[in-house]
Design a binder for this molecule. Structure first.
Ligand SMILES: Nc1nc2c(ncn2[C@@H]2O[C@H](COP(=O)(O)OP(=O)(O)OP(=O)(O)O)[C@@H](O)[C@H]2O)c(=O)[nH]1
Ligand SMILES: [Mg+2]
Length: 325
């Protein structure tokens, strides 16, 4: 009789998976019934799965356990189709280097995506050795949300790494996200104290990374912490993350509740708490604009996504019907 084991997905490549179990890694495939379920139910890196171990060939994944957190984003082609990234992450390190890569707007997007997925966002500003006004950037990122923790580090010189030790708890899972060349893999190597990930220099002409890490990978460190390295992302879109945006900007939501009219558009209405807060300096205009723009983009992409999934379902149904005819 086959015994079912509880493993964890460490790598996904198209239809082949790697499951870790008791310190060993096993190549695995999905049980046939998986092909009838929705894409968001397929295993991603970080998922706990029930599987049948096979030491001679491919193991068989039977089911995915309930997720504690699940990070997703719309794919880059902007079709509104979602890309499911990682599951069961406690901390999402949003890695941005303190050079041309730094973007306040992009960090706010990552924060909303992490919040939406149920992970704690931690912004890690890397390459502090190349920047002479680190404090300014730290303070700026802190204005995104009270819930965001910010750390400036230099993995190269070992500066600030001790600040990250509070997240390195046994049993915790940390995922690193950010642009190519931001220093995600270098940071992992510094935290491990040995070279577990390959890294490479950014391009000299435009400062862009070389996409050295090509796929997501979970590594279990000796101290019991699981770290997920990810390939650099050019951009992070928004769809289906309104709750994450609202949580990131919860102070604005609170202000909106204080407007005289419940349907206040914060334009010309009297008794508008948003306008009053901007006027008094309690709320910055830029931050309010960012909140509004992220919300608009999210609604637009989400509507597109819903339309596509309706179309895909109809196609599936008609295909099934024609197979029966
Ligand atoms: N000066 C300085 N350079 C750093 C630091 N951290 C990383 N780098 C350099 O930045 C370059 C890119 O680092 P990687 O760790 O490969 O970047 P990555 O984010 O993993 O990139 P992808 O795998 O392409 O997504 C390497 O040349 C690193 O040596 C740092 O703290 N200071
Ligand atoms: Mg890398």
């Amino acid at each position: 009789m086959n015994i079912t084991n509880l493993g964890r997905i460490t790598e996904v490549r198209k239809n082949s998976f790697t499951v870790s179990f008791e310190g060993e890694e096993y190549p695995a495939k999905l049980k046939g019934s998986f092909y009838e379920i929705d894409a968001d139910k397929l295993p991603v890196v970080g998922d706990y799965v029930n599987f049948i171990k096979n030491t001679q060939g491919e193991s068989m994944i039977l089911s995915v356990c309930e997720r504690k957190s699940f990070l997703q984003r719309p794919d880059q082609s902007k079709t509104g189709v979602m890309q499911y990234m990682v599951a069961n992450v406690d901390y999402c390190f949003i890695v941005t280097s303190l050079n041309e890569d730094y973007s306040f707007n992009r960090i706010a997007r990552y924060v909303s995506v992490a919040m939406q997925g149920g992970a704690t966002p931690v912004v890690v500003l890397t390459k502090s050795d190349l920047c002479n006004n680190v404090g300014r950037y730290v303070r700026e990122v802190e204005t995104i949300s009270e819930k965001v923790r910010v750390h400036a580090i230099s993995a190269l010189l070992g500066i600030g790494l001790e600040e990250l030790s509070e997240y390195m708890k046994e049993g915790a899972t940390i995922c690193l996200m950010g642009s190519s060349g931001a220093g995600k893999s270098t940071l992992i190597n510094a935290l491990c104290g040995e070279e577990v990930m390959k890294t490479s220099e950014i391009r000299e002409d435009d400062g862009e990374g070389r996409h050295t890490t090509t796929h997501r990978k979970l590594i279990k460190l000796k101290n019991g912490v699981s770290i997920i390295d990810t390939p650099g992302m050019r951009e992070i879109g928004m769809a289906n993350v309104q709750a994450g945006i609202d949580e990131t900007f919860s102070d604005i939501i609170e202000l909106e509740c204080r407007c005289k009219f419940s349907n206040c558009r914060h334009e010309t209405e009297p008794g508008c708490a948003i306008k009053a807060a901007i006027k008094s300096g309690e709320l910055s205009k830029e931050r309010y604009e960012l909140f509004k723009n992220l919300g608009k983009e999210n609604t637009k992409n989400y509507a597109k996504k819903k339309e596509i999934s309706k179309w895909a379902k109809a196609m599936k149904k008609s295909n099934r019907k024609s197979a029966w005819d």
